[in-house]
Design a protein around this ligand. Sequence first.
Ligand SMILES: NC(=O)c1ccc[n+]([C@@H]2O[C@H](COP(=O)([O-])OP(=O)(O)OC[C@H]3O[C@@H](n4cnc5c(N)ncnc54)[C@H](OP(=O)(O)O)[C@@H]3O)[C@@H](O)[C@H]2O)c1
Length: 254
Amino acid sequence: MPQLANKTAIVTGASSGIGLSTAKLFAREGANLILSARRSGILDALVAEIEAVGGRAVAVAGDVREEAHAAALVRAAVENFGGLDIAFNNAGSNGEMGPTPEISLAGWNETLAVNLTGAFLGAKHQIPAMLARGGGSLIFTSSFVGHTAGFPGVAAYAASKAGLIGLTRALAVEFGPQGVRVNALLPGGTDTPLAEAWVATPEALSFVEGLHGLKRRARPEEIARSALYLASDASSFTTGIALLADGGISINRT
Ligand SMILES: NC(=O)c1ccc[n+]([C@@H]2O[C@H](COP(=O)([O-])OP(=O)(O)OC[C@H]3O[C@@H](n4cnc5c(N)ncnc54)[C@H](OP(=O)(O)O)[C@@H]3O)[C@@H](O)[C@H]2O)c1
């Protein structure tokens, strides 16, 4: 039995990396999908790929910084599939990196707008639809960065990702009584386009791989399986957690 049969899920950041892999996995597990990202061509191709193997998906291109986009995603779920059960609020960007005194206010605001405010806007519109359904699973892609590890030069990114954990905890208790579970997923270093800025040289790649207990980075598919766990009934008594899928980066001292 597919784990997400008869479920409808929003996946943001579905055009690349972790979101793309998760969208494909959720589709294989029987979910109806609403796919979000700015690059509509990639989303359209993904819809075709999912439909070709009997899945159901709708692309809604847009920017997670805009509340109208958050509303459009939920509207698409209700209009196409009758409601919303799962939201993987995963879109994110590195934002402006570098020494903190040199970070512009605009760069700081931009990073928070995509990574944190975008997630808030998503949740704001997703929660009422989940309540109408009698419950649901809300997932935010946070990071070990800003939670179990500090890195120089990524203040805005770290703050935005740590902020998601606070948001997770607040929403988990606010809507737990009505059956909405809310969890954060914290990937370790994962081989995606976003991560290229962190591993720009062979030395940097080797350094980042070595930070992990497993001495390698994750493939996006591996993080997708943790998202599936949080989305599915396999985690039915799990809410308010920060789930590390970090290859041991947080405990490694070798
Ligand atoms: N890779 C890692 O090592 C790592 C580790 C920990 C956490 N994470 C987190 O995992 C999440 C996914 O990242 P990834 O590594 O899979 O990166 P990625 O391959 O670069 O994907 C990022 C996704 O976010 C979307 N996105 C970015 N800005 C957006 C905006 N303003 N509006 C709408 N969509 C936007 C992108 O789509 P468009 O460009 O088409 O809009 C893309 O689909 C992020 O939240 C990231 O912080 C990644």
